[in-house]
Design a binder for this molecule. Structure first.
Ligand code: ZN
Ligand code: ZN
Length: 281
């Protein structure tokens, strides 16, 4: 698998000279299988630049949404392949007890919020409630599970052969856990991240900021590190950076995390444009 980060910011795009190092685009990650299987994880503003790289050689695109907060769907209408009549596109998202995925996406992809209606997009578009029992797209095996975040939200675990990546961009596993992460079996998202080669995980807050944001659905970087250690991951990529954190702040948070903990894994900062090649073991 080849993984490319097209947007690593959380909550709101944050363009400007102070964020140019980590990037300002919101959540979007490309996953390419060895056989060409093409997944897009979330449709934040980073998806626009990814769309410009999709040529006619791509037979099918699958967009896997973790949830429908704006920072994860705002780029969708700007994904150029949606306007190609021959392009096959599948959008997967968590089921909700109220409205189906089409109805919920159409709230944004319709006037007055957006000029084009979802039903008028020219591509060959199919929408799916993401199954929770595991499913296959091309050569990639996918498991989705609900995780702790406001509103229906899933994380994804994607496997190709012996190689696995997990993506939990919006996640507060420490919420309500008195001895986090002391009880892995009872920890939100644990099964998705268990033993993965690469974990891409929410790291929105500093430890000092977290107490003011309990229940907002995000992690302090210390929680992210604790979760990754409990899950026995090989590499951790911090993700969903707070829009108020400039490059200097993010550098400092990563350095503090590296210094404060005896890390049993490689800790990497989620920088827009970063690419990871996961070779089979
Ligand atoms: Zn988010
Ligand atoms: Zn969210």
């Amino acid at each position: 698998m080849r993984i490319t980060l097209w947007g690593t910011r959380g909550s709101l795009a944050a363009a400007g000279p102070e964020t140019v190092g980590y990037g300002g685009h919101t959540s979007c990650v490309e996953v390419r299988g060895r056989d060409g299987t093409f997944l897009v994880l979330d449709a934040g503003t980073g998806i626009r630049r990814l769309g410009a790289t999709v040529g006619p050689e791509v037979a099918r695109v699958d967009i896997l949404l973790t949830h429908l907060h704006m920072d994860h769907i705002q780029g969708l209408g700007f994904f150029q392949p949606l306007y190609e009549s021959e392009q096959e596109i599948h959008v997967w998202g968590p089921r909700s007890a109220t409205l189906d995925l089409r109805a919920r996406l159409a709230r944004y992809l319709s006037p007055p919020l957006f000029p084009v209606r979802l039903r008028d997009l020219p591509c060959r578009l199919t929408l799916h409630d993401v199954p929770l029992e595991g499913f296959q797209i091309g050569g990639l095996k996918i498991v989705a599970a609900f995780i702790c975040h406001p509103g229906p939200t899933v994380g994804y675990r994607i496997t190709e052969g012996s190689t696995t990546v997990a993506y939990l961009p919006d996640h507060e596993p420490a919420l309500g856990a008195s001895n986090f992460p002391g009880a892995p079996d009872w920890t939100s998202g644990f099964d998705l991240a268990d033993g993965v080669d690469l974990l891409i995980h929410d790291a929105q807050y500093s430890a000092a900021e977290y107490p003011e944001h309990i229940g907002w659905g995000h992690s302090a970087i210390s929680h992210t590190v604790g979760f990754a250690a409990a899950a026995g991951v090989k590499r951790l990529v911090t993700f969903h950076h707070d829009p108020g954190h400039d490059d200097l702040t993010l550098d400092r948070l990563i350095e503090e995390a590296r210094g404060a903990f005896e890390l049993p894994f490689q800790l990497l900062a989620g920088v827009e444009g970063a690419r990871f090649n996961l070779a089979g073991r």
